[in-house]
Each structure stands twice: as C-alpha cells, then as structure tokens.
Design a protein around this ligand. Structure first.
Ligand code: COA
Ligand code: AMP
Length: 630
C-alpha cells in the first residue's frame, strides 16, 4: 500500500486503521473498544484491552523462539566494558529485578524513579517496573538535585533506583550525593533506594533506606507479568515546559506498545533480528522509545551505548560501533554529527570501518541543518531521515517512512506527516492557512496511539498547555509550514523552550533561577545560535539599583547557580549585564526580538514596544561585549 493510501485511511477512519495495527501485538485480552473518551473527555485507545509491555518486549520473543538472539548489547568505552544479553538472559534479569522491587512493596500503579547513568541496569529497572504494572519515571543523569527533587515530589515514588556514579568521558560524576541531596530537599520520601554500586566509585549506603542492587537481587525470586489495562500508565517522563515546573508526560501501555511496534516497521523499516542503535540516553524520550521499548517490542537487538560521539576515545566511535555490531539503523541528534565533523572534518575515522550493514541514519531532537545533512551524506552515503517528534508524542509526527514508501527528501523538511497525525498549520485564530504559509503546527484530534493522554497529577495543565489554544487540536509548540506536496517544514519553537545539543530546556526555568540571585532585578534567558549545540542559553541581566558587582564574578555566580539548581546539561555559560530590557507597553519582555538581535537576524519592532531606542542600546551592548557578531 502507498503512503497516500495509508495516510488517508488513518485520517478518515482512525479507529479502523488502528484496530488493524493493534493486531501487530499479542494482547492478554484483545481490545473490543478501539477509540473512546475517558472521564476527562480525552481520546483513548484500546480501553478494554489487557496486556503487559515487558511481556511483549521479552517473554513473547522467548516463546517465539528468539531466546538465544541478542536483545541488548552494552558498549561502554568509558569503562572499557562490552556485555551482551540474549532475550533469555534479559527476560530472566528483568523478572528477577521485578521480584526484587516487589520485595520492596512495589505494586501495580506505584511509581519508581530511576536516576541512573547509561548502564543496562537502567533498562532492566524500567522493564521490571513494566512487568509489575508499576510506573517508572526516569530522570536524566545530567540534572541537579533540585530537579530530581521536583520530580520526586511530583511522582511520589515508593522506591528510587540509582547508581553510585556515572562517567562523563573520563570524569566520574558522583550520583549518590545528588540523590541524597534530592531526597533531603523533597517533601516526599521514598521507602527504599536501590543502589547499583559501580566499581569505579562505590558509595556509602544509608542504613534502613538504601539497598545494594546485587544483594537485593540475590535474594529475589523472579516475578510474573502483571496484566494491565491498555490505558494504565507505563511511565511518566518529565519534560521542560514554559514554566519552571517540568511536565510529567504520561504514556499508557496499549497505545504505546502498538505505536512502538508500528513505528519500528513503518518509520524505521526494522525487522525482528535487526540491530538498532539510538545513540541517546534513557533519560530522554528517544531513550525510552528507541533504546528500550520499540527495538525490544519488535524483536530487534538494541545497542546500549555509554559514551559520547567524540572523545570516547575519538570521533570514530559511531563508526566503530556500527561495524562491530552490524547496526542497520542508527539514530542520533544532529549535534552528535556536528561534534564528529568538528573533530574529523574529512571523516577519516569512518574509512577503516565496514559500514555495509548500515542502511539508514535517522536524526531528530533538533533542526537538522543542511551543512550537517550534506556532510553525513557525502561521507557516509546512506539515506538520512530527519524526523520530527516530541516527548509528548513518543514517536515521529513526521518523517520519511522507510518501511512504507520512502520519497525524495527536500532540504530543510522533515518530509511528510506520519499516518495517524492529522497535521494542520493554523493562524493565530486557529484557522488553517494555505500551503507554504507559516503558522502554528497543530494536530487535529484524535492523536494516534502512543501520545500523551494527560500530564501527571495536573490534567488542567494538559488541557491548558496543549488543547485549549485551538478547539479540537493539539498544539505542538512548534511553528512551520506545509508545502504544495504536503512536505512539512519545522521552523522552531514558538514558546520559551530551547534545544541545546538535542536536549530540551526551558528558558523560563533558567530565568527563575537567575532571577533568584540577590543582584539581579530582572532577566531574560534566550537561545543563541551555536555551531555545535544548535542553541545555547544566554542570560541578559538587569541589575538591582545601586548594586555594584564585577560582571565576570556575577557571570561565574550565575553559571554556578544554574549548574547547581538545574544541572550542567543546561549549558548556561554566558550572562551579560544590560541597561534595559525591551518590553511591550504592558510590560512583557520581547524575548523573540532579543533572540533576533543576539543572533544578528533581521527583526521588526512591534508597534506595542514601549521604548524602541532600547533595541539599539541592546544591539550595541551585545556587540561591545562580543556576544553579537556583526
Ligand atoms: N550525567 C551527568 N552530567 C552530564 C550528563 C549525564 N548523563 N550528560 C551531560 N552531562 C554534563 C556534561 O558532562 C557537560 O558538563 P560540563 O559543562 O561540566 O562539561 C554538560 O552536562 C553539557 O553536556 P553536553 O551538552 O552533552 O556537552 P558535551 O560537551 O559533554 O558533549 C556533544 C557535546 C555534542 C558530544 C553531546 O552533547 C552529545 O552527544 N549530544 C547528543 C545529544 C543527544 O543524544 N540527545 C538526545 C536527543 S536525540
Ligand atoms: P523533545 O520533547 O525533547 O523530544 O523535544 C521536542 C522538540 O524538539 C520539538 O518540539 C522540536 O522543537 C524539536 N525537534 C525535535 N525533532 C526535530 C526535528 N527533526 N526538526 C526540528 N526540530 C525538532
């Protein structure tokens, strides 16, 4: 069937289309209700179906005779470790850790926070939760204690699973003090913490609360799979919103399993037995969907990589891993390839490697800039799929569907909407605009399976953040346009979210932290263009009256403050003092114009601006301070 037919069917008859796709997975109880409304009036998929996601990812394949096939390959250049798990071995490890969690009282519906580096135990813990019907919430290791504490208070976990340390290139990052600090800050206290002791830096345990992973597992019996409803939550994944408080994106079990299995086939063209490598981190949605769940649900082998694209040990790491494990599909953020290109401009380190098994390179997480696309194309010569999605959707809203009908790409486009995503471009009143006209990218409801049905503990936030702006639509927060061939062009966020090295961060949250400094009267944090990381935050600071402070010292303090409160991953490294911030007459800071000025882009001052002279002043200040290049 062609893309056009599939897409049309999915939009004209969503229930019929997704009923057919639901047959791709083995339900404990087949759903008879395909699409219905929940108590909040939100569209839900497969409401009366019963399944278990860990069963589908593991036990099912063992029963199908894939027990001896590799399920997971752990490759860790930072520790010099390589390990493999067959489906038999991974199933046994997950069942046992599920038994261990259940000894700690974890039951269906309980939350478990996982704060771990890229060790395979993170995936084992996630799948163990799924096995019990418990809800995991993985927190990215680069976040500071305060961020972890916010998530602990929101998710209220019974148990936290963590590790003694992580490794950033050659630097050991102590996780345990961050965990202890977070639990101290949080109001909610878990009843137990399971700690994986890593030999490069074991940690002290707190008696009565902390239990060592191996000791706990040694005593545990394997646990069976608990059947859950399709609409029961599988996980909560916090993502940056426009305010300081992250949003807990909820993922259900049934729609997610169907969408993951479907996307492996349709988007990635991966068959059972193929090797897939998403070079991301389990703390991000890419890690949830395409390191852990989708490859395993599809009977593939997933590569679990603890390292960077460069410096571990060099810019040939990606090509070495692709050759060594026969990777067929590689998925990474464009920033990873920019980092490789910077260190190895001629891509010489790829030359010694046999990449004959590598069929496609997938990129997402941020805009794929044409020079990066061209460089990878020139040196690796494989189809490159730029696909666009978000934590909220869990899989590609748009892309070039390699398992369906790949088409010629157009530079700068994420190609065409995926079946199920009725993508519309709307003007500020919510009316669809003509082809080639820019607007807000929205998805006409219902969203397809796999997308969020709510925000954890705050359904109002779901409604106000995504559904209220335009009746009958989900707003993505990205702007863009569709061309005459229905190719989608994503032009960037229309809100205060920035993408730093493929990591989604809230400038609003950074502003809250910066504004908390005693010398700061007001501030704006904006995304400044970075050749390597796509965007980097820049703080523009207005000092309190009468404050005299050395600017370099202030910058140091602000940088440290953001590292301490949000984490190193925020990459907040630059703050400049300005005399005024441009505002509308009603007092709203004109952040978009500030961004244009810092990036030396054209802009038009709005008629509502309070004092237009302020813009020239800012331009001059940023130029003088070397932030803005003419
Ligand atoms: N735990 C603790 N600290 C972490 C961390 C983690 N899991 N991940 C990142 N950090 C720290 C880094 O050590 C660095 O700290 P520093 O400022 O003290 O040096 C800081 O956070 C910023 O990290 P990063 O943005 O990753 O910068 P980098 O210079 O270390 O690496 C790249 C640059 C481009 C190689 C790297 O960002 C990369 O591989 N990006 C790909 C991103 C990706 O896969 N995104 C997922 C979406 S698909
Ligand atoms: P996250 O939720 O962390 O996956 O971030 C989602 C956001 O990243 C999107 O809303 C976009 O702004 C951006 N993004 C993701 N993929 C792409 C892409 N292929 N092209 C442009 N922007 C992207």
């Amino acid at each position: 069937m062609t893309y056009q037919q599939e897409y049309k069917n999915s939009i004209t008859d969503p229930a019929g289309y997704w009923e057919k796709q639901a047959r791709r997975i083995q339900w404990f109880r087949e759903p008879t209700t395909i699409l219905s409304k929940d108590n909040n009036g939100v569209d839900r998929w497969y409401a009366d179906g019963e399944l278990n996601t860990a069963y589908l990812a593991l036990d099912y394949h063992v029963l199908q005779g894939r027990g001896e096939q590799l399920a997971l390959i752990y490759d860790s250049p930072v520790t010099g470790t390589k390990q493999t798990w067959t489906y038999n071995e991974l199933t046994a490890a997950v069942a046992r850790f599920a038994g261990a969690l259940s000894c700690l009282g974890v039951e269906k519906g309980d939350r478990v926070v996982i704060y771990m580096p890229m060790v395979p135990e993170a995936a084992i813990a996630m799948l163990a939760c799924a096995r019990l019907g418990a809800i995991h919430s993985v927190v990215f290791g680069g976040f500071a204690a305060n961020e972890l504490a916010v998530r602990i208070d929101d998710a209220q976990p019974r148990v936290i699973v963590s590790a003694s340390c992580g490794i950033e290139v050659s630097r050991i990052i102590s996780y345990k003090p961050i965990l202890d600090n977070a639990i101290n800050i949080a109001t909610h206290k878990p009843s137990a913490c399971v700690i994986l002791q890593r030999e490069m830096q074991p940690c002290d345990l707190i008696a009565g609360r902390d239990i060592e992973w191996t000791n706990l597992v040694a005593k545990a019996e394997p646990a069976d799979c608990t059947p859950v409803l399709a609409t029961d939550p599988l996980y909560i994944l916090y993502t940056s919103g426009t305010t300081g408080k992250p949003k807990g994106v909820v993922r259900d079990n049934g729609g997610h399993a169907v969408a993951m299995k479907y996307s492996m086939d349709v988007v990635y063209d991966m068959k059972p037995g193929d090797v897939f490598w998403a070079a991301s981190d389990v703390g991000w949605v890419v890690g949830h969907s395409y390191i852990v769940y989708a490859p395993l649900l599809n009977g593939c082998t997933t590569v679990f990589y603890e390292g960077k694209p460069v410096r571990t040990p060099d810019a040939g790491a990606f090509w070495r891993v692709c050759e060594e494990y026969g990777v067929k599909g590689l998925f990474a953020a464009p920033t990873a390839f920019r980092a490789i290109r910077k260190e190895d401009p001629e891509c010489l380190l790829a030359k010694p490697h046999d990449l004959s098994k590598l069929k496609t390179i997938f990129m997402a997480g941020e805009r794929l800039d044409p020079p990066t696309y061209e460089w990878v194309m020139e040196h690796i010569g494989r189809p490159i799929v730029d696909h666009w999605w978000q934590t909220e959707t869990g899989w590609a809203i748009a892309g070039n569907h390699m398992g369906l009908e790949p088409v010629t790409v157009k530079a700068g486009s994420v190609t065409r909407p995926s079946p199920g995503f009725n993508v519309k471009i709307l003007d500020s009143r919510g009316n669809p605009v003509a082809n080639n006209e820019q607007g807000s990218i929205a998805i006409k409801l219902p969203l397809p399976p796999g997308c969020l049905p709510t925000v954890w503990g705050s359904h109002d936030r779901f409604v106000s953040g995504y559904l209220r702006t335009f009746e009958g639509y989900y707003v993505t927060g990205d702007g863009g346009y569709l061309d005459d061939d229905q190719y989608l062009f994503v032009l960037g966020r229309t809100d205060d979210i920035i993408n730093v090295a493929g990591h989604r961060l809230s400038t609003g949250e950074m502003e809250e932290v910066v504004a908390g400094h005693s010398a700061v009267a007001e501030c704006a944090v904006i995304g400044r263009h970075s050749d390597l990381k796509g965007e980097e935050p820049l703080g523009l600071i207005l000092l309190k009256d009468g404050i005299e402070i050395d600017e370099e010292q202030l910058q140091k303090e602000l940088v440290q403050r953001v590292r301490d409160r949000i984490g190193a991953v925020a990459c907040f490294n630059q703050a400049v003092v300005v005399q005024r911030l441009p505002k509308t007459r009603s007092g709203k800071i004109l952040r978009k114009i500030l961004r244009n000025i810092a990036n030396n882009e054209d802009y038009v001052a709005p008629s509502t601006i309070d004092d237009p002279a302020c813009l020239e002043e800012i331009e001059q200040t940023l130029t003088e301070k070397g932030v803005r290049k003419e």
